[in-house]
Design a protein around this ligand. Structure first.
Ligand code: UD1
Ligand code: CA
Length: 455
């Protein structure tokens, strides 16, 4: 691997007119991550000593969206062509070593082809691909000995040159000394009146140098996004490849075409995932986890043997082993569910711990609560955690039974083994081991009462 003294320049100044968008093209998302972030992440895997991103359209919207990155930002105020774009980066490049030029709108870039390209040359090398329909691309012109002579842009190409199917992917490796010399000689006398980076190929040939090519057969890895359709197409490629990787890791997918991972999903053995699930951020699923259809799970870890039924929504939560969740459960940030607990339908849990073996099975809100072991929370129980200004905690100790339709007005503690009668509004601590109830005293029946009739 020759990634020593490597600089990487990512071109990301273009508008992307065909996206029909108010946003710069490279900020559109694929698998939940901006196109540019994909390219930066791939670039960093090559261990360069510097990454320079050339931005332009949209002003500082692009650098602002990626402030977490330690990279060098260079503005190209006017988009005068790819050669002009690279020229803006030149002051930041090392005097020796190589530069790899990448495009900010080619998200599925393949690290292996980049390494192969870098290995092939110390002067100038092109990553090329054969396209059934090469329209619009720069054609690779070779001589009878198959040596590369030039790249001719589609609009400047002759009829014969347009028949060439080998095209420039835009990914180029070049020595820094030569790049600097060649760029200073670029002109814009061509069909688009642009400074073409690709003109450096003819300059190299003119200098008597050999231009190397690495030909990739993975078209998607060099495909640029120019339209929303392109974006959707590459999203599917990404998702299909990711689904294959999950199956290779031991997951059973009901349909590999109907799973979306927008982040990183790690799976144990014999994980089963039904159709229509979306995973975001970092999600880990332990061995034998089962996930029903149409669940959305974000930044969560799910322990071994836990079953999650349909339409469950989980965001920033930890679920331990052998739990049962859903259908229609909602875990919000800070929910921590211990082993063998059950969270049933239409139950919302936020910033709360639910202890081992405890059950909250129906229609409840558990917010800012600490629930111990083997607690049963009846249907329709609400922790009233908010007085309109401040939030307070509810503590429910081990082996408590909360009757249905109970309001627990926090701050409040329900002592170990206590039972709360159904329909109670609890505003004071309930002692351990006792039955506590607080509901309207009198149950009346009016024998003479008649239902109203329609007038
Ligand atoms: C370019 C190549 C072409 C290649 C094709 C692959 C040139 C002259 N042509 O053509 O050989 O087949 O890519 O997709 O290089 N950009 C800037 N500043 C500019 C112009 C472009 O940053 O002034 C960026 C764009 O944001 C984009 C990339 O460079 O990411 C390529 O630009 P684009 O206009 O798409 O080049 P093409 O004409 O498609
Ligand atoms: Ca393009």
């Amino acid at each position: 691997m020759s990634t020593k003294n490597l600089n990487i320049v990512i071109l990301a100044a273009g508008k992307g007119t065909r996206m029909q968008s108010l946003m710069p093209k490279v900020l559109h998302r694929l698998a939940g991550k901006t196109l540019l972030q994909h390219v930066i992440d791939k670039a960093k895997q090559l261990i360069p000593n510097k990454v320079v991103v050339v931005y332009g359209y949209g002003g500082d919207a692009v650098p602002k969206a990626l402030t977490h990155e330690t990279i060098t930002w260079v503005e190209q105020k006017e988009q005068l062509g790819t050669g002009h774009a690279v020229l803006q980066a030149v002051p930041h490049l090392d005097d020796d070593g190589k530069t790899l030029i990448l495009l900010g709108d080619v998200p599925l870039l393949d690290q292996k082809s980049c390494l192969a390209l870098l290995d092939k040359t110390d002067t100038l090398g092109l990553l090329t691909v054969n396209k059934q329909n090469p329209t619009g691309y720069g054609r690779i012109v070779r001589d009878a000995q198959n040596q590369i002579l030039a790249i001719v842009e589609h609009r400047d190409a002759t009829k014969e040159q347009r028949d060439i199917t080998e095209v420039n992917t835009g990914i180029i490796a070049v020595s820094n000394t030569q790049l600097k010399a060649w760029l200073s000689k670029l002109s814009n006398k061509n069909a688009q009146a642009e400074y073409y980076l690709t003109d450096i190929v003819a300059m190299a040939v003119n200098d008597g140098l050999n231009v190397a090519a690495e030909i990739t057969d993975d078209e998607s890895s060099v495909e640029g996004v120019n339209s929303k359709e392109d974006l959707a197409g590459l999203e599917r490629v990404y998702q299909t490849r990711n689904a294959s990787a999950l199956m290779q890791a031991g997951a059973t997918l009901a349909d590999p075409l109907r799973i979306d991972v927008r982040g990183e999903l790690t799976v144990g053995k014999d994980v089963e995932i039904d159709v229509g699930c979306v995973f975001e951020g970092f999600v880990s699923l332990g061995d034998q986890v089962k996930i029903g259809p149409y669940c959305v799970i974000k930044d969560a870890s799910i322990g071994k043997g836990t079953h999650i039924a349909a339409f469950t929504h989980i965001d920033q939560a930890k679920v331990a082993a052998d739990c049962k969740l859903g259908p229609y459960a909602r875990l919000r940030p800070g929910a921590e569910i211990a082993d063998a607990a059950h969270i049933g339908n239409f139950v919302e849990v936020k910033n709360s711990q639910v202890g081992v073996g405890s059950k909250v099975n129906h229609l409840s809100y558990v917010g800012d609560a600490t629930i111990g072991k083997n607690v049963n929370v009846g249907a329709g129980t609400i922790t009233c955690n908010y007085d309109g200004v401040n939030k307070y905690r509810t503590v429910i100790e081990d082996n408590v039974f909360i009757g249905s339709d109970t309001q627990l007005v926090a701050p409040v503690v329900i002592g170990e083994g206590a039972t709360i009668a159904a329909g109670s509004t609890i505003t004071k601590n309930a002692p351990a081991g006792q039955l506590t109830f607080c509901r309207a005293k009198d149950q009346k029946s009016i024998a003479s009462w008649k239902r109203p009739v329609k007038k």
